[in-house]
Design a protein. Structure first.
Length: 163
């Protein structure tokens, strides 16, 4: 994903590179750096939905509404349980820093291990103004998954990625 070649002001992809990591919009004349584009791409995430589990163990579902500072948890192990709590600014900041650190916007769309029949399936949807990004896996995980899992469990205040 080349997030830095999209104008931060008008959204145009008609851009040009001025210098290394500096860009300009052909349409509106706006200028930005690669770092500014990186930050803007993560600031565009409004909601993150995470589903993790397996056929026999049920699924854990975590919805993090970043705009409204709220997290809801759903567990489907025989019965449905849902809990909701508010997040403070520090928790939101830690979450966003973790997402940047694991580089979630650049994860592949799908991670699959075809040699395992039963096991763990996961799905992450990042809702943004520019459109949803979906990342998923079947018994395979991207680099940074352990850090991602720890960060989500901290936000959820629950062990979600273990049975």
């Amino acid at each position: 994903m080349i997030i830095y070649k999209k104008c931060l002001d008008c959204g145009s992809r008609e851009t040009e590179e001025l210098k290394v990591d500096e860009y300009s919009c052909v349409e509106c004349g706006s200028k930005w750096t690669k770092e500014e584009a990186f930050e803007a791409a993560y600031d565009d995430i409004n909601v993150m939905k995470v589903s993790y589990g397996g056929f026999f163990g049920g699924y854990n579902e975590i919805d993090i509404d970043i705009e409204n500072s709220e997290v809801s948890l759903g567990f489907t192990r025989g019965k449905v349980e849902t809990t909701v709590r508010e997040l403070n600014k520090k928790e939101i900041t830690e979450l966003m820093n973790m997402l940047k650190e694991v580089d979630i916007l650049n994860w592949k769309r799908s991670y699959d291990n075809p040699y395992v029949l039963d096991g763990t399936q996961w799905d992450i949807t990042l809702q943004r103004e520019a459109g949803d990004l979906v990342r998923s896996g079947n018994n395979e995980f991207p680099k940074g998954w352990d850090k991602f899992g720890s960060g989500i469990e901290k936000i959820a205040q629950a062990s979600i990625f273990q049975y």
